[in-house]
Design a protein around this ligand. Structure first.
Ligand SMILES: C[S@@+](CC[C@H](N)C(=O)[O-])C[C@H]1O[C@@H](n2cnc3c(N)ncnc32)[C@H](O)[C@@H]1O
Length: 197
């Protein structure tokens, strides 16, 4: 449980909140997790990266170093990166999904789900976005540490993203790639999911 304690401690510390992209936009991710994304993207070479949850647009800008990016949020970021295609709307609404489907245009995607973390919302996002991931590709369900390590779990009485990640693995559609967790400290334990079928 050393990593559970360390991750909880790190979550509540200010340190990782200072991860910024080249233009000073906040990237709301642990550096370890960014490194894992970089490895995955370099290895898999997805044609597009689809992210739900833009916030300041820092993670989208980070992803844009490697591949075209579609980023979905309820609002457009104040300082949008010109390389990123932003879609404004609820990530699970039919209009948003239709727009993302049009933009993806049949290309293979790596998907990162990082918007609202309520289990019902993540479940709906998985239904909508998992089909963009090819077999062998990755769906990353962010912030599964909420469930695994009891971080801010009082905000998620029906469970958080980790519950949905487990359901997907149990259904046999995805497997958790524990190699992506080898640094120990990270916000996505059990959330780095490789598509099996
Ligand atoms: C954790 S932040 C995203 C962080 C960003 N991916 C990063 O790593 O820098 C979550 C974002 O999800 C957005 N969000 C919340 N509910 C949403 C929904 N139903 N549809 C789309 N975006 C949503 C919020 O507006 C917020 O900007």
């Amino acid at each position: 449980m050393i990593w559970a304690e360390a991750t909880r401690e790190a979550f509540y510390s200010a340190v990782w909140r200072t991860v910024l992209d080249d233009h000073g936009r906040r990237i709301v991710k642990f550096p370890n997790d960014l490194y894992v994304y970089r490895e995955l993207i370099r290895r898999l070479k997805p044609q597009v990266i689809v992210e739900t949850g833009t916030a300041e647009g820092g993670s989208a800008a980070f992803f844009a170093e490697f591949a075209p990016v579609i980023s979905v949020d309820l609002q457009r970021p104040e300082r949008p990166d010109e390389r990123v295609c932003f879609v404004v709307g609820d990530s699970t609404s039919p209009d948003t999904l239709a727009e993302v489907t049009r933009l993806v245009d049949g290309r293979s995607c790596l998907v990162s789900l990082d918007s609202a973390h309520y289990s019902h919302h993540v479940r709906a996002e998985v239904q909508a976005y998992a089909p963009f991931v090819p077999i062998g590709g990755y769906l990353v369900i962010e912030d599964t540490a909420i469930d695994a390590y009891g971080i801010e779990s009082q905000m998620y009485p029906d469970g958080g993203p980790g519950v949905v990640a487990k359901e997907l693995v149990e259904a046999g559609m995805f497997e958790a790639d524990t190699e992506c967790e080898r640094f120990g400290l990270g916000m996505n334990p059990g959330g780095w999911l490789r598509r099996l079928r």
